[in-house]
Design a protein around this ligand. Structure first.
Ligand code: ATP
Ligand code: MG
Length: 420
């Protein structure tokens, strides 16, 4: 019996891996332009980190973590998201002692035990950025513009940039009181999960996917209508900065985001061309997180994460093609044993000079070698047999134009370069 990949995981095979390389390279380049440096943290962390750093009342911690004990009986979890690990590292490596802000980006697989469907896997990949060490809306505007520029550069068109403010501990405490009163009256019509969250983290009720609950929550009080002066100023200033950059956002007061630590700015970028899983990017401000993880006070931060699988699905839905950049420059067709041996030194020389070259490796007939050269779309084919070796002359054929030129085998690199 054959063994398949675990449920909720996918191979990235050569027919797709060049697309991943394209997206990753573009993301790295853009982060570099904005002054964000790469950070790589472990795939697994102590479970406690995510309980504290993502939050006990979140779907992630309550239902979705891949948690296990290692042979030393340590409780570990495969990272379900990127921020907690990055913040742990920020504290552990005392990055707060450097000139602030600390601007970081990451590319990482994440693991969540969820029901697999289109755009939802158990192992998936995120691109993310974190900007720590500044609490003004300046960094909020910067990372939103980074996300938007990235999505535009990969060609996505039909995007909605939705922003909201989820307040701060001060105004949220007031708001939660109001919310609990409202939700108490709805006790009988809400689902069990909502009723559980009503006390612990009532704002999360807004995020409930249950249609019946949504129907009953239409006139629920919203945080953005209950902000304190400081939070309101922060939100208004962010809008000014976004307007200055001509970023076309809309305010969506129902965005609460899944993570417990969000404060003030929360945002999502949604594609109109994806099905149910339409959020390609989610982010927000997490001013208390560093402290909550035992780090020093005053290290406010903001970040986002985008789902790479969803980026690719959206590109597909918008018919955006990514070209496979690999092309074999020269395919060597050999006739006879001498040529077969000689082809190794020719290949070595070509490759040493960064000319992409290949030869037959499975004893094909001459005719089949030509066919294979066509199949892999080689730009040029060169035929080498006894006579060619003796005279040190061979024919280099341009497979697109059919043009043929004579080259000296011993000077193939230079003559090939000249022929381009
Ligand atoms: P969703 O609403 O889809 O559950 P989320 O709020 O759980 O998303 P975040 O924790 O904000 O997602 O993660 C950031 C991004 O990572 C999402 O916007 C999405 O693009 C992607 N993502 C999250 N979970 C998955 C998953 N199981 N499979 C694929 N991509 C995912
Ligand atoms: Mg989720």
């Amino acid at each position: 019996m054959t063994i398949s990949a675990p449920r909720g995981t996918k191979d990235i095979t050569p027919s797709d891996s060049y697309k991943w390389n394209y997206l990753e390279k573009k993301f790295r380049n853009l982060c570099d332009l904005y002054g964000y440096k790469e950070i790589r943290t472990p795939i697994f962390e102590y479970t406690e980190l995510f309980k504290r750093g993502v939050g006990d009342t979140t779907d992630i911690v309550q239902k979705e973590m891949y948690t296990f004990f290692d042979k030393g009986k340590r409780e570990l979890t495969l990272k379900p998201e990127g921020t907690a690990g990055v913040m742990r590292s920020f504290i552990e490596n005392k990055m707060y002692a450097d000139a602030q802000p600390t601007k970081l980006f990451y590319i990482t697989p994440c693991f969540r035990y969820e029901r697999p469907q289109s755009g939802r896997q158990r192992q998936f990949n995120q691109f993310g950025v974190e900007a720590v060490g500044g609490d003004s809306p300046s960094l909020d505007a910067e990372i939103i513009s980074l996300a938007v520029q990235y999505l535009e550069e990969i060609g996505l068109k039909d995007l909605v940039i939705a922003i909201n403010s989820v307040g701060c501990p001060v105004c949220r405490a007031e708001y939660n009181k109001k919310l609990r009163e409202f939700l108490k009256q709805k006790e009988d019509v809400l689902c069990d999960l909502c009723n559980e969250r009503r006390e612990k983290n009532p704002m999360r009720v807004i995020d409930c996917k249950n249609e019946e609950c949504q129907k009953n929550l239409q006139d629920i009080p919203l945080m953005a209508d209950n902000l304190c002066q400081e939070c309101s100023d922060h939100f208004e200033t962010l809008k000014v900065y976004l307007n200055e950059m001509d970023i076309n956002y809309k305010v969506d007061k129902r965005i609460v985001r899944g993570l417990d630590y969000y404060k003030r700015t929360a945002f999502e970028i949604i594609s109109n061309n994806l099905g149910a899983q339409s959020t390609v990017c989610g982010g927000g401000r997490y001013d208390g997180l560093v402290e909550q993880l035992g780090g020093p006070e005053g290290n406010a931060g903001i970040g986002f994460a985008m789902g790479v699988e969803r980026l690719l699905l959206t590109m597909e839905a918008e018919s955006i093609e990514i070209e496979d950049p690999h092309k074999t420059d020269i395919f060597i067709v050999t006739i006879g044993d001498k040529a077969k041996v000689k082809s190794f030194s020719i290949l070595k020389e070509l490759r040493k000079n960064h000319i992409s070259a290949d030869k037959d490796h499975i004893d094909r007939s001459v005719k089949a070698q030509f066919k294979y050269s066509n199949k892999i779309n080689a730009k040029f084919t060169i035929v080498i047999g006894d006579e060619e070796l003796e005279k040190d002359i061979a024919i280099l054929k341009n497979m697109d134009t059919g043009e043929q030129i004579e080259v000296r085998i011993s000077n193939l690199v230079d003559e090939f370069k000249k022929s381009l």
